[in-house]
Design a binder for this molecule. Structure first.
Ligand code: ADP
Ligand code: MG
Length: 195
């Protein structure tokens, strides 16, 4: 989560630019502000386990980010945190189950289907990569590559959910900002957790 916060700070302008093209230009500032808040909360109290860490971040995102992405990332991490509660040793099976819960939560909340041009287009390929992986290390790496492809595959799509959907055809030929931050989340996870 510390590295993801650093990644959101690093990529803030890029995410702002992507969201300026097909939204209201706040995705980078939303994610950066939310993750700064999350780090403050993490520093303020002892965290029992990985599940508690993710839940703390989720609550910070939900309470400090007004846009669509705050509650959606909040749901992702809250569901993952619940699945990882009390787990000391996170293996491929546990991580995959947690990611699955998280993606299901995002889809239940946002009602986005594949190819609607949202973060789901990066989240779901990452899940499928984890489900096929032989071990956690390759799972994390493959999930990051799959999320990157999913992110790039949003470019030709017409948005059917979120603010970008108001543009209809004009949302074509732009990369979805939320799918991009999801790729950075997967990239961070691979860099941090894979050995
Ligand atoms: P807002 O759209 O409220 O300004 P952000 O700019 O922070 O919020 O986030 C925009 C991103 O949120 C989009 O690029 C998209 O990936 C994601 N998003 C929007 N609506 C949905 C939805 N219903 N389901 C999944 N993701 C969504
Ligand atoms: Mg926005």
């Amino acid at each position: 989560m510390t590295r993801f916060a650093a990644s959101m700070a690093e990529h803030r302008e890029e995410l702002v630019q992507l969201d300026t093209a097909i939204g209201d230009g706040d995705h980078g500032t939303n994610m950066d502000r939310g993750m700064r808040k999350a780090l403050e909360k993490l520093g303020a109290a002892e965290q029992a386990d990985a599940g508690a860490v993710l839940k703390t971040v989720a609550m910070a995102l939900i309470s400090s980010v007004g846009g669509a992405a705050g509650p959606l990332y909040g749901t992702l991490l809250l569901q993952m945190g619940t699945a990882l509660e009390g787990k000391d040793d996170v293996d491929l099976e546990t991580y995959t189950a947690a990611w699955r819960k998280g993606v299901e939560g995002v889809q239940a909340r946002g009602k986005a289907e594949p190819r609607d041009k949202t973060m789901v287009d990066a989240l779901l390929p990452a899940l499928q990569a984890l489900e096929r992986a032989p071990d956690l290390d390759s799972g994390l790496q493959d999930a990051a590559s799959a999320a990157e492809r999913g992110m790039l595959d949003t470019i030709p799509l017409i948005a059917r959910k979120g603010r970008a959907s108001y543009l209809g055809e004009r949302s074509k030929d732009h990369q979805d900002p939320g799918a991009t931050s999801t790729y950075y989340l997967c990239q961070t996870a691979a860099e941090t957790l894979a050995s």
